[in-house]
Design a protein around this ligand. Sequence first.
Ligand code: ADP
Ligand code: ZN
Ligand code: ZN
Length: 662
Amino acid sequence: MAIIEVAIPVPLHKTFDYQCNQKVVVGVRVKVPFTRKKVVGIVLTIKDKSNFKQLKSVEEVLDDKPILDKPILDFLFWSTKYYHHPIGEVISAALPKNLRLGKEAVIKKMADLPDKIQEPDFATTDEQNIAIEKILKSTHEYRGFLLHGITGSGKTEVYLRITQTMLDEGKQVLVLVPEIGLTPQMITRFESRLNTRIVAIHSQLNETQKLDAYLMAKNGKAGVVLGTRSAIFAPMPNLGLIIIDEEHDGSFKQQSSFRYSARDLCFIRAKQANIPLVLGTATPSLETLKNVIDKKITHLTLTKRAGDAVLPKVSLIDMQSNFTPQGGTEKSDNALSAVLIEKMRHYLAQEKQVMLFINRRGYAPVYFCKECGWKAQCTHCDSGMIYHRHINRLKCHHCGDEKMPAHTCPDCHQPSLEVFGYGTERLEETLSSYFSDVPIIRIDRDTTRRKKAFAEHLKQINSGKPCIIVGTQMLAKGHDFSNLAMVGVLDTDAGLLSLDFRATEHLAQLLIQVSGRAGRNAEQGEVVIQTRYPNHPIFNYVLSSRYIQFATELLKQRRSAKMPPFSHQALLCANAKNKQNAEDFLKKAGALLKNIQMDSVETWGPVANVIEKKSDYYYFNLYLQSTDRSALHQMLATFHQHINTIKPKSGVRWYLDVDPIE
Ligand code: ADP
Ligand code: ZN
Ligand code: ZN
């Protein structure tokens, strides 16, 4: 009779011992009694003694071979320690649902090997050659590379070539991308070029497909695993290379439950497997640039666009002076300047496509009374309600609540309600009054809710026929529209005025990414940015595509302010329906942290969240920051040991976010 230590998916920082009289190895799943239920857990150790008496018995051993092998278990242990998150929940995040539920670990449908693959009909450029050579030189050791190349410079081509070489050596390659559903082109390109099984791991698969993908990665049959952030946990026995595309993208950070950064975990996984890691982007994050400066990773650059493509011309439209019509016959309002409309006409007349970005869906962000100033607010959140015209509803984009708009003002009872501001829906409507004979394709979460809708829109755009594309930043990523001549960016100003210290970094990244969409073939494209703050320093850099110079400036500011990446942060967040209870919990937590006394760690708060109330819950934050990462983590570990001494009042939910990004 053995005693086994089992990880169970509960939010508790501990493991549980059971007796087991069946054959069992570390890493298999077991069904065990827990409270009054049966749950599926993972065997972490096998031992002959336990500190607990009267152990319950394992009900059933579900696997004969480990579901989680030692390398993955080590990786998960590291993650649980670093993020101070319970091991049971960390393991849950790493397993497909069907395995968590205890279903049999068998492949239903094995992916086919490709019939034939395409050979590229071009040679790699000198810059690509250098990048490929340097990466392939260290395939048998841990080394990080930043592959820094403007959009269209041939980064994906580099991924494909180094991946093929690794496959030829019998290795597997893990490729992480921000959002697969939005970049189906990436999968198609990998599939058409590589002679291996490629499995995709992302949220649009059904559970059977997810399990199959997981198991094909695990048995080594899949040469390439291409997935979104959770694919970082895919078991790959022959893992030889990790590629993370668009490394600066915020979606690599999980923002609920187990709050990990797949980008940061790539470093750990590559180190543990002793393999190279390639981070690709046109706009490196400040964290990654600092790694380059500290010589922790190697900087590889692709400075020219592949083929004949040239970078677009970027210009600003000053919305202060273009606010009112300036002569001419064109009518203008506050979303579209006359200059922008003129430029659109110019390109559309040449049978080209144009694209406009606006970062808000719905019709209008404000529904208000022009007599007394009343505004439609969500009753559950500290937030205005957004008017959606085609369904004639006011919607809260935080909690999803919706209601019919009233006809008269609830305060002054006048029929004086109006909308203010623009969302994609209203922009589409306004555009159709200017361009009645041009198709307008709107792409936002409302028009792509149906499963295939996004692909259908892409197909229409890829036909190359002239059209106006209106979209949110869903469109900024990775798409390659060959007949797109012009991109207009309508609302940069929110990013310039934001309180978030990362806002300008993200805005610069977005503007450069967006610019990358225009003119990807031989003709030069054009990018036009509307702003009320044309003198903001960010534009100096963005206009001339000097992202690195801008990022270097930002790094200087962060260094002198001791902000990340020059310091490390953690966030303790509490929320509750009772505002006082949430705040009180953090006050007690703050006192406990003060008691731990780490001079090098600063704490401040609790302070209310920027949006204090969401879905009837009040949110408060307590910040921890230190230039000494290990001191910060030691403090968090001690904090967890003593957390039981402060009992949160009932209804208080709290969590820790290590390296928060918002
Ligand atoms: P990125 O990933 O940096 O946006 P891609 O790898 O997608 O760039 O390359 C952009 C386009 O240029 C693609 O159509 C690709 O096939 C092509 N391309 C890449 N490298 C070369 C090359 N060396 N010569 C000619 N065309 C190339
Ligand atoms: Zn009113
Ligand atoms: Zn709400």
